[in-house]
Design a protein around this ligand. Structure first.
Ligand code: URA
Length: 213
């Protein structure tokens, strides 16, 4: 039985942007100044995918490549995600991919732009858009890729480690699958057992394939 949740995060509770289509939501978001991240990012990276997708995957924020391309999950983490989705029997082109935070946050070190984690205020501010995307898409399953996505969806009391691999049911809503962010698989190379961790991630995603049949 899926676990029922009492609490929700800012993307599922409270007020969100209003629009009648994803395209018009995106146009609104392009002028977003709800937090300061728009000042240094190249552009907004909004979600993309079919508007009738049954599955929505939520990442943390665009990375360097995504910031330049203006599309989610087109860099190294996106490549691993694509491979693992494929192995789990899920077609990326049938999913809607988005992020909890829509502008790239980074620290400039010399020529390199180093990823910097969004804070609670930035996650809260951008939940205005993620919540609106979900209101519009009404998917069956939302996959929370890592702690930032999970915080935006279900608040700070639901941890990735404790709930990993579970399909949680939000009151009156869709199921949320809790799993890691694919960039974790890039970071652990040479430390833990990367193949076992990757297989575990594929197993988590396979639960989505099983649920949607
Ligand atoms: N990491 C994310 O969380 N999202 C992206 O779009 C790319 C990398």
């Amino acid at each position: 039985m899926p676990k029922q949740l009492a609490k929700l995060g800012p993307a599922l509770a409270g007020e969100h942007a209003e629009a009648t289509t994803i395209a018009s939501l995106r146009r609104q978001a392009e002028g977003c100044e709800r937090c300061d991240l728009y000042k240094n990012a190249t552009q907004l990276v909004f979600g993309e995918g079919p508007v009738d997708a049954r599955v929505v995957l939520v990442g943390e924020q665009p990375g360097d490549r995504e910031d330049l391309a203006g599309r989610p999950f087109v860099g190294p983490a996106g490549r691993i995600l694509d491979e693992c989705l494929h192995e789990a029997g899920i077609d990326r082109s049938e999913c809607y991919l988005t992020n909890a935070v829509k502008h790239f946050k980074f620290e400039q070190r010399g020529k390199r732009r180093m990823h910097s984690r969004p804070n609670a205020g930035e996650i809260q501010a951008c939940a205005w858009w993620l919540g609106a995307e979900l209101d519009e898409l009404r998917p069956e399953i939302v996959v929370a890729l890592g702690a930032t996505a999970l915080m935006s969806l279900l608040g700070r009391s639901v941890g990735v480690t404790r709930n990993r691999g579970q399909l949680l049911t939000a009151p009156g809503g869709f199921s949320v699958l809790v799993t890691i962010h694919p960039s974790y698989l890039l970071r652990i190379r040479g430390r833990s057992d990367p193949e076992a961790e990757r297989a575990r991630f594929v197993d988590d995603l396979a639960k989505v394939a099983t649920r949607i049949g």
